[in-house]
Design a binder for this molecule. Structure first.
Ligand code: SIN
Length: 276
């Protein structure tokens, strides 16, 4: 198994390794790499849905997304599907999976199943690096703050996704909800500090007004999405990505209109997050 950084601040590539036949020693190395990089890329994997599930279960316990359709055979595998005829894609804005839950998802394992000829990249951002590069005055300002995360504006009645051609794919309108988390967390495994707000789900800061929250959130988002904290992954048949939602964001390009893209996603359960 060979692990090399993908870019200066963003992810690592794991080579000479098959997820489907991982040994216990390789699993231990992979855990270490996941804690260190928070984002792993794999190529040329032969991973059936059953092997995808098996790998996920060896790493942690699975938490099922409340809104996405799942595959018929496996209710733990969510489909990130865009049909040829659809205009809107799932995950087309920066976000961290399930931050609207009290115990947000630890990680997500995304497997390419059907890819467009070109396009459909996924971009990632490193929230450790972004936090560490903030001026110390901003770090101190954020230290005691908490933020409200929600999914109502996306999946609730008249939520953004409900108004698009993705609406038919989504269930669970009655499962919407909010959670409050520290704005700066100590990552439960690495012990590093990470900024924990994201454009998709963070609504506002606790005890702040909406407009003043938006102003600071937009400033933080502009900071995080600078090229030095982000990277872009081009999917090929056999590609798999595994990211840590506590220290990264992701966004899927929607630049392949008229073509289909289907990914299988398994999300791993996390725990309540502690302030730094
Ligand atoms: C997601 O947001 O989990 C999906 C990302 C992608 O489809 O690339």
């Amino acid at each position: 198994m060979k692990i090399t950084p993908f870019s200066a601040n963003c992810g690592a590539t794991v080579e000479d390794f098959q997820l489907a036949s991982m040994t216990d020693d390789e699993l231990a190395n992979l855990r270490q790499a996941f804690t260190q990089h928070g984002l792993l890329f794999f190529r040329n994997q032969e991973l059936s849905p059953e092997e995808h599930l098996h790998f996920a279960r060896r790493f942690g316990s699975i938490v099922v997304n409340k809104f996405f359709k799942t595959t018929k055979e496996h209710p733990e595998i969510a489909e990130v599907r865009k049909e040829k005829t659809q205009q809107t894609n799932i995950g087309g804005g920066w976000h961290a999976d399930h931050s609207y839950d009290d115990e947000p998802a630890m990680g997500s394992i995304l497997v390419a199943r059907v890819l467009p000829k070109t396009g459909g990249n996924t971009h990632f951002a490193n929230l450790y690096a972004a936090y560490e590069a903030l001026p110390s005055s901003m770090q101190e300002r954020l230290a005691a703050m908490r933020a409200i995360h929600s999914n109502k504006h996306l999946y609730g009645e008249n939520g953004l996704y409900r108004l698009t051609d993705l609406a038919d794919q989504l269930g669970g309108m009655d499962r919407v909800g909010d959670a409050t988390h520290p704005v700066v967390i100590t990552h439960p495994e690495s012990g590093r500090k990470a900024l924990y707000v994201n454009p998709g789900h963070t609504v506002q800061f606790e005890d702040w007004g909406f407009d003043e929250s938006r102003e600071l959130l937009e400033e933080l988002y502009a900071h995080v999405t600078q090229p030095e904290f982000t990277c872009s992954f081009n999917w090929l048949p056999g590609s798999v990505t595994f990211w840590d939602n506590r220290c990264s964001w992701h966004i899927a390009d929607n630049d392949y209109q008229g073509q289909m893209r289907l990914m299988h996603r398994i999300t791993l359960a996390g725990s309540a997050l502690n302030a730094a």
